[in-house]
Design a protein around this ligand. Structure first.
Ligand code: IPM
Ligand code: MG
Length: 351
């Protein structure tokens, strides 16, 4: 079959890791008889440099015209240290989410036995942890009204959620849980925030429709603690945008495999698949970054195209590369470290 894939490599290590995922997808194409046609487009700091816009219309068009989008990373230190910058790379990401209606960010967190020693947690706590954080991605405080008072001595951000927004992400979480271990944890701050009380109200209604799924409610501060203490107790965690931003980062490091974790953002239009680790500017251009999270994002992408066997083949070859210790410096430890490009080539050749 023929597929149109939008490729938004972005900033930092984005281009080099995306290149490896493309090698692997091409190997999938050759093996299973598919044709992936890639269209590259600009996003992030590089898009600002070249067009003044972090998510140019031309890029949006490429996304709209694609069957799926593979995304690298965005962000550049020259903007991080300049709070006065008028245009920021992150606006490209938020703009893309809004325009594509990507209301759900799905981050599976799994452990890799050979990497457990990298976890900041005790091995017995984290071993076997297997959860998914589902983050609402187009509402809440990241998209509410914000501003600065005229005399510049105060600033505000607003968190707004509608019943409809809450309902659709909850349903997605329940569907996910139905295919997994049938537990949903709804995370909010209902003891303080009105928007959280609405979340809980809606969840208490929706919960009744999914009788085979166990629901529990957890305040976000408590959830941050429990994630560290008992990561194994979670199956599907669903929460609003900012809580999800924070908790999904927390969840991603506990397994010791940050460089291996993929994500999917899904919604109204084309879905976007990206590694969770960000642009890692210190490593950009050095051919040392771990490409596995992007390769595993490509596996999620394949799955979204209903190419299930193909996705599994990608996961399998990733596991074999780890077993064979064909890995980048972040996981190599004292053994030989392979370059980003060498890992990509090995994966493609051994798929
Ligand atoms: C993420 C990122 C973004 C977010 C930033 C870059 C705006 O941290 O995808 O989690 O917070 O949404
Ligand atoms: Mg984040």
């Amino acid at each position: 079959m023929d597929f149109k894939i939008g490729v938004l490599a972005g900033d930092g290590i984005g281009p080099e890791i995306v290149e490896q995922a493309i090698k692997v997808m091409d190997a999938v194409g050759a093996k299973f008889g598919h044709n992936f046609n890639y269209t590259k487009a600009l996003v992030g700091a590089i898009a600002i440099d070249e067009t003044g816009d972090p998510y140019p219309d031309a890029t949006h068009q490429v996304c709209m015209d694609s069957d799926a989008v593979l995304f690298g990373a965005i962000g550049d230190p020259k903007y991080d240290n300049n709070p006065a910058a008028k245009v920021r790379p992150e606006q490209g990401l938020l703009g893309m989410r809004k325009k594509l209606g990507l209301y759900a960010n799905i981050r599976p967190v799994t452990t890799f036995p050979s990497l457990l020693h990298k976890s900041p947690l005790r091995q017995d706590i984290v071993e076997g942890a297997d959860l998914v954080v589902i983050r609402e991605l187009t509402g809440g405080i990241y998209f509410g009204a914000r501003g600065r008072s005229e005399d510049l001595t105060s600033a505000f951000d607003t968190c707004v959620y509608t019943v409809e927004e809450i309902e659709r992400i909850l349903r997605l979480a329940y569907e996910y849980a139905g295919k997994r271990n049938k537990r949903v944890t709804v995370v909010d701050k209902a003891n303080v925030l009105a928007s959280s009380r609405l979340w809980r109200e809606v969840a208490q209604r929706i919960e009744k429709e999914y009788t085979d799924i166990e629901t529990d409610y957890m305040l976000v501060d408590n959830a941050a603690m429990q994630l560290i203490q008992w990561p194994k107790k979670f199956d599907v965690m669903v929460t609003e945008n900012m809580f999800g931003d924070i908790l999904s980062d927390e969840a991603s490091v506990i397994t010791g495999s940050m460089g291996l974790l993929p994500s999917a953002s899904v919604g109204r239009e084309t879905s976007v698949f990206e590694p969770i680790h960000g642009s890692y500017p210190q490593a950009a251009g050095k051919d040392i970054a771990n490409p596995l999270a992007t390769v595993l994002s490509a596996a999620m992408l394949l799955e979204s195209l209903d190419l299930l066997e193909e996705a599994q083949a990608v996961r399998d070859v990733v596991n074999r590369s780890i077993d064979a210790e064909v890995v980048t410096v972040d996981i190599a430890g004292d053994s030989k470290a392979y370059k980003t490009s060498e890992v990509g080539t090995w994966l493609a050749e051994n798929l």
